[in-house]
Structures are given as C-alpha cells and as structure tokens.
Ligand binder design. Structure first.
Ligand SMILES: *Cc1c(COP(=O)(O)O)cnc(C)c1O
Length: 395
C-alpha cells in the first residue's frame, strides 16, 4: 500500500491534548465501578489508532474497542498489550488462533462461532493455545438497533444454558447499542432500555461487564444500573454525537442553523491544513475546473490547493470555504481528485497557509458545521480522510 504523501503541504494535525481533555471530561462523570473504553476503530476515526490509543490510555482509559480483529492485532503488534481490546463487530471463527495469540476479546451473537472456532483449532493443531487461557468474549444483545446480537428471551436463555458446556471460553461481558440517543425518537430509547433490563436479567451474575453507553449515552444519560463500560468514540475526538457546536465556538462558527451544545466543552482534536501552491490573477470570463461550471465575473485572484476527493475532501464539500488568514475563500469550480481552486480576496503568495478544518486567524471551520452544510455527519468526514494525508501529532 502506498502511504503518506510527505512532499506536499497538506497535513492532518492531531491535538493529543484535546483527546486527553475530552476523556477527562467524560471521566469526571463516571461513578465508581465504571470505566472508559476508548473506541479506536477505523484507525481511530481516521486520526491514527496507535497514537490515539496511547494517549487515551495515558489519560485513564482502561481498555480499547475496535471494529475488526485486524485492527486489534495491529494495536497489539504496536506493543499495546496491557489492556483488553474488544472487537465490536462479529468475527470469522477461522481467525481463532490469532485471536487467542493476541489476546483479543471477541463479540459473539451465537454459539456457532465457538463450535466453528474449536473445529478450526482442531484442524490446525492449535488446541495448545487453550492450555493457559480461555477465550474472552462479550455477548451482543439486540435491543432495537437490529444489527447484531440475540433479540429474544428465548434466545438468551438458550445461550446461557448451553454456554456452560464450553469450558474453554470466558463469558466476561454483555452489551447492547442504542440507536436514537444521538438523534431520533426518545421513546425508542426507553423501549431499548426496557429490552436491555429484560434481557440482562437472564444473564448470570458472574458476567460482570455490562455495557450500553456510547459517547452520547455517556455524556447525556445517567441510568441505573450504570453502564460498566462507556464506549467513548466520537466525543473523545471532540465532536458532539449530534453535530451540535459547543457553545465556546459561538464566536467563530456561523451557528445560525445549528443547535448549540451548552454543556460539553468538547475540543476538536483534528485540524486539516495545506498551503497555496499556485496563484494567478485571471481576467473576467475565465472558466475554472472540470465541466467549466465556474466563470469569473471580474478579474480574480485564484489559488490552487493540493487536496482533493482522493484525500477525502469530497466533491460535495465545494460549498465549504477554505480559510486564508481568516478569510472564508469559496471553492471555485469542481473539486478534483488531488487539487482544488479557491478565490482569494486579494493576492496572497505561494506558500500561504490555508485551513480546511480548524482555527485560522479567529475564523474556524468546524467539522460539525461542515457536516451540516454537506448533509453528512462528523464521523463520516473524519473517517473519510485518506491515508495519503500525513497525520502530525501535537502533544
Ligand atoms: C462505534 C461504536 C461506539 C462508539 O460510538 P460513538 O458514538 O463514536 O461514541 C460504541 N459502541 C459500538 C458498539 C460502536 O460500534
């Protein structure tokens, strides 16, 4: 795989101190017995799994969550061995030897997983891996997301009875996922909560880790029994799960169409910057970019910025201005694969820094604002940033 493009001024800046502050904010809300688990799936929402994981653990996170076994393995290979890593998605039982070797905690939704995994260990002569350890797992319960997990009392009772025969597994946890905390009907939250109470009543007491909180739940809901783990994702990266703007940005972001989050002083961890690599003054009537959709209405200063949709700066972000010394400069014409053009208020030289995400001379391009302008969510903007952009870590 071709990695970062270092010989180009386009960079993602990751402020690790923001991640730390966001974690501390959530931790102050935890009660005794609750732990914060840093969700670092999808390369830590695009910011870099290893660095974010280390920062989160230093700030007090007590475990990590990833989406796939491969994501878990790469964290273990990076030397993160002291904490549990929960794989949130379902896993191919063929990978059981690696799962055991790297001490990953898997999510299961049925007993088939164990049967097939055991068969696999037999086939590959790997049963010795179970000499000194059991396979740790969490059972997924589907309380209304309809994604993974057991749905009914019958299914759960059946699972709980039959699992006793599996002496090589360690039933450590049970969890569910709410679908409407961060937007949607709130009575559905109550429906899922009741399902959670009904289904977990059937889980043996020996299963100590019972979790249901994501960022939105962790920040905004205070239910009993509390979620043993708070699976802290988007808020750790400094975004409100509903893409409201924290009120301390009021001065810098046009919040006229946005909800404000008055309570949580979340600090966005990600900035995206570049530079003007080319600049020219064009006469009136000059067409710009593919499709010649833009035509200058007067003499204009046009700058070229080396970022495009292959970097994750999607064509639909054409409506998002690029900041140059605090000026909101409109993108003119279509965004290309690797470059885009902006209109400057006046001449700026080559090498002038520009900001796509983050602060710039008192102005601010906030991811949640960009998300709202482009009909998406902050999560999608962050995870779209491609491998081509180097991630630069600021302590
Ligand atoms: C991604 C994910 C999370 C984290 O969600 P945020 O909204 O980013 O906090 C938590 N739990 C599960 C099961 C997930 O898949």
């Amino acid at each position: 795989m071709i990695g970062y493009s270092e010989h180009r001024p386009t960079q993602a800046i990751v402020n690790l101190s923001a991640i730390e502050a966001n974690i501390k904010w959530q931790q102050a809300k935890l009660e005794p017995g609750q732990s914060l688990i840093a969700v670092v799936k999808a390369n830590a929402y695009g910011l870099g799994a290893e660095q974010v994981a280390r920062t989160a653990l230093k700030a007090g996170a007590e475990g990590l969550a990833v989406a796939t076994v491969d994501e878990g393995i790469s964290l273990r290979k990076a030397g993160i061995i002291q904490v549990p890593i929960l794989v949130l998605g379902l896993t191919d039982p063929q990978g059981i030897a690696e799962i055991l070797h790297y001490n990953l905690t898997v999510t299961v939704s049925d007993l088939d997983f164990f049967d097939q995994a055991y068969q696999q260990l037999l086939t590959t002569d790997d049963l010795y891996l179970l000499d000194n350890l059991k396979l740790p797992f969490h059972l997924a319960l589907d309380t209304g997301m309809t994604r993974i997990g057991l749905r009914t009392e019958t299914e759960v009772s059946d699972f709980v009875t039959k699992i006793q025969a599996y002496d090589w597994v360690d039933f450590q946890g049970v969890f569910t996922h709410f679908s409407t905390i961060g937007g949607g009907p709130q009575d559905y939250v109550e429906y899922q909560w009741q399902r959670w109470l009904d289904l977990t009543a059937l889980i043996p007491e020996s299963v100590k880790i019972r979790h249901y909180a994501n960022s939105a739940m962790g920040l905004w809901q205070d239910r009993q029994p509390a979620s043993t783990w708070v699976r802290y994702g988007v808020a750790m990266y400094g975004l409100d799960p509903m893409d409201r703007i924290p009120s301390h940005f009021k001065e810098q972001v046009d919040t006229s169409q946005l909800g404000l989050n008055e309570e949580d002083p979340l600090q966005p961890a990600l900035e995206l910057i570049s530079e003007i690599v080319y600049v020219k003054e064009i006469p009136q009537g000059t067409k710009i970019s593919y499709g010649a959709t833009y035509q200058s209405s007067e003499k204009e200063w046009i700058a070229t910025i080396p970022i495009g949709y292959a970097d994750g700066w999607l064509r639909s972000y054409q409506v998002i201005p690029v900041l140059v010394e605090g000026h909101a400069c409109p993108v003119v014409g279509r965004i290309n694969m690797d470059q885009l053009m902006i209109r400057l208020p006046h001449y700026y030289p080559k090498g002038t820094p520009v900001t796509l995400i983050g602060p710039d001379h008192g102005a601010y391009n906030h991811i949640s604002w960009i998300a709202q302008q482009t009909s998406t969510i902050g999560y999608e903007i962050m995870t779209n940033l491609s491998d081509r952009i180097p991630r630069i870590y600021i302590p």
